[in-house]
Design a protein around this ligand. Structure first.
Ligand code: ADP
Ligand code: MG
Ligand code: ZN
Length: 709
């Protein structure tokens, strides 16, 4: 049964193999067992019902909570040549009736339905005798009142299923479920708990970072400046900050949008649409944004402020990298965030017990910001999953910054704070330290303090940053809500007494997510053009992962393109030529092209790294043609050619007659005499078409070798 499923996976979705958990869930569903699947965001839950839907008789009903999400999923299925539709309140009455008629006539394999529809008795009547073989419940945590997105209509699912005469298999799926919610899902859908499949919570393509004691605006701007072409979300704690940050980034000429509950719903829809269609790259938003965003190519999620708990953080951060490509989740922490979140908790109209729970979670969130251990491991252990390996790429694992002893400056700041009688905030403290003649400073007579101007060689910003650093390291405490007041903590007092030293790390630097790859940028443009014509979001045409695999494999024929991740047969037919043409003309312009993105590294790993070219050489020596080797090793022809070129450069033996004829050799030699051998393209232009880049490169490498001798 699974072989058939694998064929479907390749044919319609263009993927070679199932991910962890998918195969087990699909096997069970095909076996007729009701199943609950818990898989992280981006784990590939949709395929768990889409593949069985194609293998089972009749149709699959999918309950999905968000209209925008249904629409994107249906678009994506149609692009893959799978018949699907959705029924939601966004459609008019006549549209619904039309679609319903089509559903009844068996036109669709998959039908997406919003849960609210289940409350209509006439709807249940219309579907109860249809040949529904599978009911998939996406975002199944919405059924539980303990979950964070409880939807009362989800409670109707069980009733509906009982009305269906076809006795369908149930599959409930979710990413975010605490054990309590998991049990609730099983209980409310009457699925035995042992039918639950939980894959790990880990997201190996995400790199987590926490930045604290550093200027967050500076970091943010530098980050965005270095990654101008990438799509990302910036979460703020309040609407006000979202607005301010939006204005600021816009002024800097960045491609940004905004989203928060203070905007009208049509404005929010518009902003969301622009973001999904890659019309704007960066979304500045409060936590109101994100549910129902399946956009797969979000490369970074930056939290401009600490969220209220780990559950929220992981869910929001998890919106990065659904396509499996390396992506970043950065939390820009300030000690003041804790005060803001505590204030929010105070405002909750709930019981003390609940408030205590929330406060507890808040402190765990803060702990995350302070841990010096692997962040990925910390998160997983929070969700009850123990790993015995560090991720090697979070900001703690990667931290090699050197420490500087700043005890003396710290003592200056702390003693000045004491002189201010611990009654002022950060700005006043900084002003006194730099010896500002600001009116307020004068009014209070602070110019007479012995600590006045102790740091006068520094800028106000510098000193403010340093105070933030001391606060984040808890030498300075913060009290009060709206106008926070600073005080010296017990830890700070030890510094004043000379019992403790203060070390500061260099600032965390913003880095580029991926080196710019020219071919990738071109393919992105091609994709966008097609998407606009087809009226769907770009990632529905091909994911970033697929484009990157194209860069790595540089396919130049339809057969080669078929070997690229995520290229199913319908898309191959529809878009294959356009992409191949783009790749060919690019390679023609840039014969020296080598992909700069990580697929290349991955491929290297896969091939047993260093000696991959030797394997190609062995195969070539044994008499196989380059095309045969490429096919067998699942590489593009050009990759094998490059392997062989490398072997030539390393002085290995070759039967030259197999590469070029004597006559061709002479022609190459003549061309090289004319234009030199530094660049391949001008040589190629002087020669007939049947002399390939490979022949030229081989000839040039061989000559170099002889020259060296
Ligand atoms: P989830 O609903 O679990 O968050 P999705 O179903 O939206 O995740 O899938 C996330 C991404 O992973 C999609 O781009 C999807 O095409 C891709 N994907 C799913 N299964 C596979 C697979 N077996 N191989 C490669 N990519 C996959
Ligand atoms: Mg999903
Ligand atoms: Zn780590």
């Amino acid at each position: 049964m699974l072989t058939q499923a694998t064929q479907i996976l390749k044919k319609y979705f263009g993927y070679e193999s199932f991910r962890s958990g998918q195969d087990e869930i699909i096997r069970r569903v095909l076996n007729g067992e009701h199943t609950v699947g818990i898989m992280p965001t981006g784990g590939g839950k949709s395929l768990c019902y889409q593949v069985p839907a194609l293998l089972k008789e009749g149709m699959t009903l999918v309950i999905s909570p968000l209209i925008s999400l249904m629409k994107d999923q249906v678009d994506a299925l149609l692009q893959n040549g799978i018949s699907a539709t959705y029924l939601s309140s966004a459609l008019s009455g006549t549209e619904i009736q039309e679609r319903m008629n089509e559903v009844q006539s068996g036109l669709y394999k998959l039908v997406y339905v919003a849960p609210e529809r289940l409350e209509s008795p006439s709807f249940i009547d219309e579907i109860k005798d249809l040949p529904i073989s599978l009911v998939a419940i996406d975002e199944a945590h919405c059924i539980s009142q303990w979950g964070h997105d409880f939807r009362p209509s989800y409670l109707r699912i069980h009733y509906m299923i009982h009305q269906l005469s076809s006795n369908p298999v149930l599959l409930a799926l979710t990413a975010t479920a605490t054990p309590q919610v998991q049990r609730d899902i099983c209980h409310l859908l009457q699925i035995p708990e042992e039918n639950m499949i939980v894959t790990g919570f880990g997201r190996s393509n995400l790199s987590f970072s926490v930045m604290k004691g550093q200027d967050r605006n500076e970091f943010l701007l530098s980050y965005l400046h270095q990654n101008p072409n990438e799509s990302g979300i910036i979460y703020t704690l309040t609407r006000k900050t979202a607005e301010q940050l939006y204005e600021k980034l816009k002024k800097k000429g960045l491609s940004v949008g905004k989203y928060h509950a203070g905007l009208s719903s049509s404005e929010r829809d518009k902003q969301q649409e622009l973001f999904i269609n890659d019309e704007i790259k960066i979304m500045v938003a409060t936590n109101a944004f994100g549910m129902g965003i399946d956009k797969s190519n979000v490369r970074f999620v930056i939290h401009y402020g600490m969220p209220k708990n780990m559950e929220s953080y992981y869910q929001e951060a998890g919106r990065a990298g659904r396509d499996g490509i390396e992506s970043e989740c950065i939390l820009l922490f300030s000690e003041l965030d804790v005060a803001v979140q505590r204030f929010f908790i105070e405002q909750l109209g709930s019981s003390d017990h609940h408030k205590n729970q929330e406060t507890q979670k808040l402190y765990q969130m803060k702990e995350y910001c302070y841990t010096e251990n692997c962040l990925q491991r910390w998160i997983l252990s929070y969700f009850g999953e123990d790993r015995n390996e560090d991720c090697g790429k979070c900001s703690n694992c990667r931290d090699e910054r050197t420490l500087t002893d700043v005890t003396k400056e710290a003592q200056m700041v702390l003693s000045c704070l004491i002189r201010l009688k611990e009654r002022f905030g950060k700005t006043m403290l900084a002003q006194v330290l730099i010896g500002s003649s600001n009116k307020k400073v004068m009014e209070f007579g602070f110019q007479k303090l012995p600590t006045y101007g102790l740091l006068k060689s520094r800028s106000l910003k510098d000193v403010t940053n340093f105070i933030d650093f001391l606060t984040s390291e808890q030498y300075i405490g913060v009290s009060g809500g709206q106008f926070p007041i600073l005080f010296v903590t017990d830890k700070g007092k030890q510094v004043l007494l000379g019992n403790e030293k203060v070390y500061r790390k260099e600032a965390l630097k913003a880095v580029k997510i991926a080196a710019k790859d020219e071919l990738f940028e071109i393919l992105r443009e091609v994709r966008k053009r097609i998407a606009i014509e087809a009226g769907v979001p770009p990632f529905v045409i091909f994911s970033d992962e697929t484009l990157r695999d194209m860069c790595a494999k540089t396919p130049q024929t339809l057969i080669e393109l078929k070997g690229v991740k995520g290229v199913g047969s319908l898309k191959l037919e529809k878009y294959g030529d356009v992409f191949i043409e783009a790749i060919q003309s690019f390679l023609h312009e840039h014969p020296e092209y080598t992909p700069t993105i990580e697929e290349k590294k991955e491929k290297k790993k896969k091939a047993g790294s260093e000696n991959s070219h030797l394997q190609s050489y062995e195969a070539y020596k044994s008499g196989m043609s380059i095309d045969e080797i490429a096919k067998k090793r699942e590489y593009a022809r050009t990759t094998i050619e490059n392997h062989l070129i490398r072997c030539i450069a390393e002085g290995m033996e070759f039967n030259w007659n197999k590469i070029f004829t004597e006559e061709q050799e002479k022609m190459i030699e003549k061309a090289v005499e004319e234009v030199g051998s530094e660049y391949v393209k001008p040589i190629k232009e002087l020669l007939p078409d049947d002399i390939s880049y490979f022949m030229i490169k081989a000839w040039v490498e061989r000559r170099k070798l002889h020259e060296d001798v």
